[in-house]
Structure formats: C-alpha cells, structure tokens
Design a protein around this ligand. Structure first.
Ligand code: URP
Ligand code: ZN
Ligand code: ZN
Length: 460
C-alpha cells in the first residue's frame, strides 16, 4: 500500500520545506519535490504543516495509585493521545515491592497488549532494590528497556533512599541506561503534611503548601550530585520550579549529562487553581504541585534556552467524582495526578509557537525529536526522513480550537484546561502509515499500536 501526502510543508526539529511524502506500508520511502504518481491513495495537505508524530514519554495508564486506578486505560489513553497528535507513548511499569522488574513489565505488558491505538514502550520504576533487581538492570537495558525511574518522594509508598538512588545510577549508567527521577524531598513533605493535617488544614491548597519549591530544588540538587559521582546520565521528570531548573542549568553548564522535562500544567496553570470552590482545587492535585504565578515564565525560558529538553504530559487521570473525592476531608487522600495526554501538543503550539516564545523547530524538538533521541527511538521515530516510521501529523495552523471536557477522548470527568482556546489542530494523524485520526475522529483499530523496543542511551 502506497500513500502520497502532497502539497504540505514538512517541519522537523531543524528544517522546513515543501515536499511530497511517499509512504509504503509503515515507512516513509521518499521525500520528493515533485508529487509524482503511483500511489494507491493521495492526500492533499495544501496549507497544512506536517510534523513527525509526537512522543509522550511520561504517561500513567491503567495504573493503580492512591487506593484507586487511573480513569484512562491503554485504549482511551492512546486514542486521546492520537487525537492530540501523539503517535507513541512511554508509560511506567511499577515494581511491586518484593517482586522483580520483569514481573512489573509482564504486568504492564498485559495491561497494554492488544489495547493500544498508538505505539508504546515502558520505563521501569524501581521501588525495592536488592541484588537480584540490580542484576536485572543491564539485562533490561539490553532487552529494550533502557530507562529506570526512581522516586525521591511518596514516603512509605514508592520513595527510595539515597543509597538506592546511587546504586541504581551506577548500575544503569554503566549499562547504557538513563535514570529518571521524581525529584521532591519526601521527608520534608512528610513532616509538613503531618503538621498541616494536625492543624486541620485539609483542603486541596495544603497539598501544594506541604510540597514547597525548596523540596523540589533540594532533591534535584541531590540527584545531580549523585549522578555526577556515578558518571551516569540523569533525567528529571515533571520539573515544575524555577529554582530546580537553576540546578539543572548549572549542571549542564558544567557539561554534565543532565536532562529535564516539564509539563503543560506547569506552563499554563498556577497555585491559584487550588482555590477553585466546591473542592474544584482537587482537579489540580498532582506532584510536584502547581507553583506561584510567574514561575511559568522561567520554565518557558528554560525550554527556549535548551535547559529543558522535553515537554511530556505526566498524564495520570482520576475522575473528580468518586476518585478525587476520596480526599474531600483530607488532601492526602486525593489521588495525585491530572490528565494531559490529549492537549499537550496543541497547548505547546499555542503557548509556545503562536505566542512567540519558541520557534516551530523547537516545538517539534520538545514534543517529538528530543524524546525520541533521549529514549532510544530515533531516527525510527521523532523525525520525518526516508526510512523512518510514517508517524505523521497533518496540522492546520489556522484552525481554531477550544478545549472542553465534553469534546475530549480522555475518559475523565474534567479537563484542567477547560475553555482554553487557540489555533492549531491535528487534522489527520498517521501511525506507521495508517490513518488513525481524521478531522478529530478516531478511525483506527484498537490494537494497532505496537510495543517498541528501545536502544540504550547515547545522546551526549
Ligand atoms: O501527581 C502525579 N504526578 N501523579 C503521577 C505519578 C507521578 O508522580 O509521576
Ligand atoms: Zn512523579
Ligand atoms: Zn508521572
């Protein structure tokens, strides 16, 4: 099967040019100035931009957390991803204490197998380190799982101590893996949380006030120190705070292989959200929490300057009804997380490109190319090139959008960006050559998304 996309403008992380894209089965086989003939199907992309499919390297689908399970599973989550222009996700398989990393992967493969609308891979989160788990690290890198997450927060649940962090960094670094960290000082948070609850401070705002920016900055600094000692590459997930960003920038100035992602919630929302009446603040209970208004401009500068390399969603959706409500009388019982898989690309395009904060090439880099490079998927994914997967987004930069819960594909009863409007809509989305989104409608077949083995870390 040959498909030709003609008259569009191809945008990559470094180039912009008019070309006809010839796809055969799953791959791009030619990029030509002349549309030519011989295709089974021809698509006219006049007036449209063509981006490489976006890659979201931070999602939580069908994940048990906080006494409940995320509202989106691998089907609703990946259909939402596709609708938003994302053609590959990397989700987190969580180790159950006492069990192996392979068992975590087996469990997450079962959750995803046959249920995905787009391609997917897994990071492995290490919560309980022992000699057998240490021995699994190089084996998993060589099997196509080259990224490991550790949590410096969620005391008593996922949090690991410094010794564990250091050992994982050393082992992973030596094996060609990348260590990802949730960087918040869980001990500081634990003390502050207990004080607040004891004082009767139970509303959603206290979730944020019990997790101050200093707790994030301190953890980022400690993580970087240990990564330097271990001579290991290191990646901070969902970085939210200007001070923490400063630590990453300092490390990068020294030439250390330190990377960081931020998320749309920290670019578009702020602390004021927690004051939404009628328990509305619970919609924004996530970790790290939203920060003071003004913080977001530091993050935008971090994206523009290259100190932040990736924008991921940290999609972790819980319904307001029955799930977030578990913490109506105690913020510590509100499951942490918010949806964002479907809106990540459009928000970044509007806030970044349309508002003049980043170039269109930087936008492609942040949502697609850099994630592909850092997580071992490039150049099969993350660019538009002969031989690459035909994961493509035909994007109308002039079409208006307005985000509403009622029109989303995510299966969750709110959208944190309700009413946000802008310009730029993914009109058609292709996953390995197959059309899966046509004018906002999912037209693929669930199960077409395939598991992606990834290469060891190699970006300098
Ligand atoms: O609040 C959040 N971010 N929930 C998802 C789990 C995590 O910490 O990434
Ligand atoms: Zn986290
Ligand atoms: Zn997360």
């Amino acid at each position: 099967m040959r498909t030709l996309i003609k008259n569009g403008t191809v945008i990559t992380a470094s180039e912009k040019y008019r070309a006809a894209i010839l796809i055969e089965d799953e791959k791009i086989i030619a990029l030509q100035s002349d549309p030519g003939t011989g295709a089974d199907e021809v698509i006219d992309a006049s007036g449209k931009l063509i981006f490489p499919g976006a890659i979201d390297v931070h999602t939580h689908l069908d994940m048990p957390f906080g006494g409940t399970v995320t509202a989106d599973d691998f089907t609703s989550g990946t259909i939402a991803a596709a609708a938003g222009g994302t053609t590959c996700i990397i989700d987190y398989a969580l180790q159950t204490p006492g069990k192996s990393l392979q068992e975590a992967l087996d469990s997450w493969h079962k959750r995803a197998e046959g249920k995905c609308a787009v391609d997917y891979g897994f990071h492995v989160a290490i919560t309980d380190l022992n000699d057998a788990v240490m021995a699994e690290i190089p084996v998993l890198v060589s099997k196509g799982y080259p990224s490991f997450k550790v949590f410096m927060a969620y005391k008593g649940v996922f949090q690991v101590d410094d010794a564990t962090l250091l050992k994982v960094l050393k082992k992973s670094g030596a094996a060609g893996g990348l260590v990802l960290v949730h960087a918040e000082n869980g001990d500081i948070i634990d003390v502050l949380t207990r004080e607040m609850i004891a004082d009767g401070k139970v509303d959603p705002i206290y979730h944020a006030l019990s997790r101050p920016p200093q707790a994030e900055e301190e953890a980022v600094n400690r993580f970087i120190t240990m990564a330097e000692l271990s001579e290991a590459p290191a990646y901070v997930v969902h970085l939210s705070d200007a001070g923490a960003l400063g630590r990453v920038a300092d490390a990068r100035l020294q030439g250390l292989p330190v990377y960081a992602e931020t998320c749309p919630q920290y670019l578009f929302l702020n602390l004021d959200c927690y004051y939404e009446p009628d328990f509305g603040g619970a919609k924004y209970v996530m970790s790290p929490p939203l920060r003071e208004a003004g913080n977001e401009e530091y993050l935008w500068n971090g994206l523009a300057s290259g100190n932040l390399q990736v924008v991921a969603s940290d999609h972790c959706s819980f319904n307001l009804k029955e799930q977030k409500e578990l913490g109506r009388d105690d913020f510590t019982k509100i499951p942490n997380g918010a949806p964002g898989l479907e809106t990540r690309v459009q928000l970044l395009y509007e806030g970044g490109v349309n508002q003049g904060r980043i170039s269109i090439h930087k936008f492609v880099d942040l949502v697609s190319t850099a994630p592909a490079r850092l997580f071992g998927l490039y150049p099969q994914k993350g660019t538009i090139a002969v031989g690459s997967d035909a994961d493509l987004v035909i994007f109308d930069p002039e079409a208006a959008f307005k985000i509403t819960q009622g029109s989303q594909h995510q299966k969750v009863d709110y959208n944190p960006y309700e009413g946000f409007a802008g310009k730029g809509v993914p009109k058609k989305v292709f996953s390995r050559g197959r059309l899966i989104i046509d004018n906002g409608k999912y037209v693929g077949r669930v199960g077409q998304g395939s598991f992606q083995l990834r290469k060891p870390f190699s970006v300098s």
